[in-house]
Design a protein around this ligand. Structure first.
Ligand SMILES: NC(=O)c1ccc[n+]([C@@H]2O[C@H](COP(=O)([O-])OP(=O)(O)OC[C@H]3O[C@@H](n4cnc5c(N)ncnc54)[C@H](O)[C@@H]3O)[C@@H](O)[C@H]2O)c1
Length: 253
């Protein structure tokens, strides 16, 4: 068990990759907080973890609202007494529409930034006093290969995911003196329900990406979660401000 008694908050942990982090972190010994806008899904994951013999707490959280993120941190402290890891995974991704930038509405743009960028900042802001007073912490921001590859027609999403990498670099220097590490994971195109739900993507998208990927196959949730375990573990104790691209060699530097 690489994360025994590590208290981990996973925003958007109710489905897809967030749920996969939750279950894997539990199997590594972590205690899990699922901070989710979809409370029904969060409760289901909470129950799955309890059924695995682990400890979990579902908290209804809209990460774009400061009062919700403060409650998220407060309830985690009340239940578990510390916060070791925050995974900023919540995102406007399911049901996203792929379309020319002229057709993206201001509301769509603002919602992407409210959740993906502001929500990541607010979640960091909420946990930071607790991590600072413990002189220890790990934050993992989830970016996306869309901006690395330069995928068109998803400008609100892709640029918000680029912004949270800038956040990683700046916060790493600000929080380094408090022994709080922050890194990013950049997945490629993972076959979650959300990826399949994106409107306007050609039906052969998975085949096209598979052909462009060095390892010659599509990415699964299992391909991503191990990197998060590594970053949260003591093996990554001297790693901060970095981005780990986990895409099977889709985008190559
Ligand atoms: N699936 C992929 O191919 C892929 C690739 C690169 C990056 N990512 C990123 O990985 C993460 C998870 O991807 P996924 O495929 O599981 O997507 P998903 O849409 O299934 O999961 C996002 C979760 O965030 C929750 N959420 C949305 N708004 C929220 C809010 N305001 N407050 C709290 N929770 C909120 C949703 O309810 C959902 O459970 C996202 O950050 C996504 O951008 C995914």
């Amino acid at each position: 068990m690489r994360l025994k008694d590590n208290v981990t908050i996973i925003t958007g942990g109710g489905q897809g990759l967030g749920r996969a982090y939750a279950l894997r972190f539990c199997s590594e010994g972590a205690k899990i907080v699922i901070a989710e806008i979809n409370f029904e899904n969060a409760k289901k994951v909470e129950q799955e973890i309890i059924d695995m013999g682990g400890e979990a707490l579902a908290i209804k959280t809209d990460v774009s609202k400061e009062e919700d993120t403060m409650v998220m941190a407060q309830k985690t402290m009340e239940r578990f007494g510390k916060i070791d890891t925050l995974i900023n995974n919540a995102s406007i991704y399911y049901g996203l529409e792929s379309k020319p930038l002229e057709y993206i509405s201001v509301d769509e743009w603002d919602r992407s930034y409210d959740v993906n960028v502001k929500g990541s900042w607010l979640s960091i802001k909420a946990v930071s006093p607790h991590m600072k007073s413990a002189n220890k912490g790990c934050i993992i921001n989830i970016s996306s290969g869309t901006w690395l590859v330069g995928i068109p027609m998803l400008l609100n999403y892709a640029t918000s995911k680029a912004a949270i990498l800038g956040m990683v670099r700046c916060v790493s220097r600000e929080f380094g003196p408090f022994n709080i590490r922050i890194n990013a994971i950049t997945p490629g195109f993972v076959s979650t329900e959300a990826s399949k739900s994106i409107k306007g993507t050609p039906p052969d998208t998975f085949d096209v990406i598979k052909a462009q990927t060095a390892l010659g196959r599509n990415e699964s949730e299992d391909d991503v979660v191990g990197t998060a375990v590594f970053l949260a573990s003591e093996d990554a104790a001297f790693i901060t401000g970095q981005n780990i691209v986990v895409d099977g060699g889709w985008h190559l530097y």
